[in-house]
Design a protein around this ligand. Structure first.
Ligand SMILES: [Zn+2]
Length: 422
């Protein structure tokens, strides 16, 4: 029987002699096996620890030599084996909890001299490099022939890139990689993103999906708690996305968003909620107007090059009669204002879509049909010091579409159309 873990050996005598204990744990392969000895037919049971520095391993007798086993944190893969001779504590961590449980049960039985004949023991042979080396945390696959089909992905991966492999669906084995921080699946032919599987990547920080065949970003993905808490980079460039979900604006920790070369016509109306967003690029889309809340962003880099923005020279206010909002609209305004959560589980689908379609007034309030549209021109230079022009003529003024939720807001707008961002 064999397990891999990190082990720190602590000598119990040294602290009393005022010598500090050993340093960090190192990658260790622990095995239990028999060593032939004179006077014993079967051989005596030994625990062997092999590390990269000590490939031949150190052996410790097990029978009547285990003073205590500390296993309070066994579910976290941690335990300590206290030996009598030498007076050392073997502090184990980062082990697989289930394997560790079986391993410690076996040691306990063996130390008491119980019968363990039925269990497969290991040979006490020196370890190979593969078993004591630091686990692989980074992997890059850039061709189909290198893709691990029969072998599994190293379980400790933190960075994984799989590109140019013509992957159509994301391999479910990737979602088993619990330590993944960066996932790069650029240049494949992925069409769909499975929300429930992504919820398993609890600490994912960066997701690159550029140059795939995506037509949408599912709103349920943006509502995953792990995405809200951890995701800081999302690259969806070079796909066929025509609409970003409003739920995207719930990704509180998003710092970088790349949506270049898609079919976007605008941004979600609440895009200004992305307070941490610093890098935004959306070049080569079909954007002709920006929502009012775009002006609340504070960016370090903004690229909106090559979008068909309309020309707006002066403020343009729609002339309409004010209508009293319907009861549905009044309720919807309150739901959005108070940020009440809603899903298709508790509301009819068309009501959810209605709620998603809320327009944001410059006062911060929400409105639906009962509102007045206004178009105005806005300089992108106020958003970011290093903004690039939106066309080859060097233009940085773009049209902003805003909605006014009440006669009061309309009156304020007429008095001073620039009051909001001045
Ligand atoms: Zn308003």
């Amino acid at each position: 029987m064999r397990i891999k873990c990190e082990m720190d050996v602590v000598n119990r005598i040294l602290p009393s002699m005022n010598v500090k204990k050993g340093g960090k744990g190192c990658h260790t392969q622990l095995s239990i096996g028999r060593k032939p000895q004179s006077g014993s037919k079967e051989g005596v049971l030994f625990l062997m620890a092999c590390t990269a520095k000590d490939m031949n391993g150190t052996k410790f007798q097990i029978r009547d030599n285990i003073e205590q086993i500390f296993a309070k944190f066994i579910n976290e893969g941690k335990a300590t084996i206290r030996l009598k001779d030498p007076p050392q504590d073997l502090c184990l961590c980062k082990a697989d909890p289930l394997q560790l449980k079986n391993f410690l049960t076996l040691i306990r039985k063996a130390s008491l001299g119980q019968n363990i004949d039925k269990i497969n023991l290991s040979t006490l042979a020196p370890a190979s490099n593969k078993n004591v080396d630091k686990p692989k945390t980074k992997m890059t696959v850039t061709s189909r022939k290198d893709y691990p089909l029969t072998k599994s992905f190293p379980s400790q991966l933190e960075y994984l890139q799989v590109s140019q492999c013509r992957m159509k669906k994301i391999d479910s084995r990737i979602f088993q990689l619990k330590k993944l921080l960066h996932l790069d699946l650029s240049e494949n032919v992925i069409e769909e993103l499975p929300s429930s599987s992504f919820s398993q990547l609890k600490i994912l920080q960066e997701l690159k999906l550029c140059a795939n065949k995506l037509q949408s970003l599912p709103s349920s993905l943006c509502l995953l708690p792990n995405w809200k808490q951890c995701l800081s980079l999302l690259d969806l460039s070079n796909n066929s996305i025509s609409l970003l979900p409003v739920q995207l604006c719930e990704l509180d920790n998003l710092v970088t968003l790349k949506v270049d070369q898609n079919k976007l016509e605008t941004f979600p109306p609440t895009i200004g909620k992305l307070r941490k967003l610093k890098y935004l690029s959306a070049s080569q889309n079909q954007i002709d107007v920006l929502p009012c809340s775009f002006m609340q962003l504070r960016l370090e880099h903004l690229d909106l090059f090559n979008n068909p923005f309309a020309d707006v020279t002066k403020s343009d206010l729609e002339e309409t009669e004010w209508q009293v909002p319907s009861l549905v609209e009044c309720c919807a305004r309150m739901i959005r204002k108070n940020r009440l959560p809603y899903t298709e589980e508790d509301l009819h689908g068309h009501l959810c879509r209605y709620l998603d379609s809320a327009r944001v007034c410059w006062c911060g309030g929400f409105c639906f049909q009962s509102c007045v549209r206004a178009m105005t021109s806005f300089s992108l230079k106020t958003l970011s010091p290093t903004v690039s022009a939106v066309d080859l003529r060097g233009r940085t003024d773009v049209p902003i579409l805003l909605f006014l939720c009440s006669p009061q807001c309309q009156k304020k707008y007429i008095t001073n159309p620039y009051a909001y961002w001045r």
